[in-house]
Write a protein that binds this ligand. Structure first.
Ligand code: GLV
Ligand code: GLV
Length: 337
């Protein structure tokens, strides 16, 4: 019997070839570049055994129910799985694949870019030059200055693979100390992905609570998954505890940071700056959104994993996860539901 699989995007060549080489597969694929329409997905999900989808495709009760009893596997082209209703899958024994490992380097690289952009006022600096304001900026010792990485205490909200890979990159910059918090407050991380925690090059401590982390960090990096307990974890109270010269970086999910509170904190000078790869309600950010009026905030359009190498690997791993799910085999990475 032929398995029907629905794929909500055209895939990069190697992944596409891998998928097409599978015998007895009925492949239904969104025909164009952009995101699949919801109505298209629901229409074609009926009777599917597997669905390969992006983080822009909601995988909820409606979709799972529409697919029906044939559905065995969801393969998400992402590390985050907050767009997937885990309960809807778990209760039906449907497996969930994701791509948490291959994008670690790309996202950690972007974290460093955002730290530097926020500390060194990259967005503001580029805007001034582009607007022709450079000739009206007479040089002075404090012109366009910001804090430096050396000597910083770095606070990680969420300290999984990406957080730890970011730390690895920051060590040569000469940071002094690390504080981190995980989904289980007060508990150390369960996986030391890069052997950094054992090494003990600099103090790496579990924060007592978010307040401790907010108060003592010069750089706060949001790298936790989005869940009811992390939504607006960084809020007005958090900002009020932060240092005036501290920067906030979010490479996780927009709703972990309360955007209104961030705008207010920047307005009041409670923090020095911010670097965001994600924001609440993305990608629907209007040109008059108040965050865009904040010279000290750099916002890029969710490009954390956007290296050519990483996106190719994500595509290939997603296809492998999909096929493993169909065949009852081990996935490259599977979410424990
Ligand atoms: C990106 O945000 C992802 O979850 O892959
Ligand atoms: C959180 O991201 C953790 O790894 O505990």
């Amino acid at each position: 019997q032929k398995h029907k699989v629905v794929v909500t995007r055209q895939l990069i060549s190697e992944a596409q070839t891998l998928l097409e080489a599978v015998p007895d597969l009925d492949i239904v694929q969104w025909p164009s570049e952009g995101p699949a329409e919801r109505s298209w997905l629901l229409e074609h999900a009926k009777g599917a055994s597997g669905i390969l989808l992006m983080l822009s495709d909601k995988c909820d009760e409606e979709l799972v129910q529409t697919a029906g009893e044939s559905l065995k596997v969801i393969a998400s082209f992402s590390v985050g799985t907050d767009h997937v209703d885990r309960e809807a899958l778990k209760t039906r024994g449907i497996r969930l694949g994701y791509t948490p490992t291959c994008l670690t380097d790309a996202v950690a690289d972007l974290s460093v870019m955002l730290i530097l952009m926020a500390q060194r006022r990259g967005g503001e600096a580029i805007a001034k030059v582009v607007k022709g304001e450079w000739p009206k900026m007479p040089w002075s010792p404090l012109l366009m200055t910001g804090p430096q990485i050396r000597g910083s205490t770095v606070g990680f909200l969420g300290f999984g693979r990406i957080g730890q890979a970011t730390l690895k990159r920051l060590l040569p910059f000469g940071i002094d100390r690390v504080l981190y918090s995980t989904s289980k407050p007060g508990k150390p991380v369960n996986e030391d992905h890069f052997g950094l925690l054992k090494e003990g090059t600099i103090p790496i401590e579990v924060a007592k609570d978010w307040r401790h982390l907010a108060k003592e960090s010069d750089i706060v990096i949001v790298g936790c998954a989005l869940s009811p307990s992390t939504k607006h974890l960084v809020n007005a109270e958090f900002f009020s505890e932060m240092k005036k010269l501290a920067v906030l970086v979010n490479i996780a999910r927009g709703p972990v940071v309360d955007t209104d509170a961030l705008v207010a904190a920047l307005d009041k000078g409670e923090i020095f700056g911010a670097g965001l790869d994600v924001i609440e309600n993305e990608p629907n950010i209007a040109a008059d959104h108040p965050i865009l009026n904040q010279p000290r905030c750099v916002l890029v359009p969710h490009i954390g994993s956007a290296t050519i190498e990483t996106r190719e690997q994500m595509a290939t791993e997603s296809v492998k996860n999909l096929l493993a799910g169909l065949n009852g085999e081990a996935m490259v990475n599977e979410v424990r539901l």
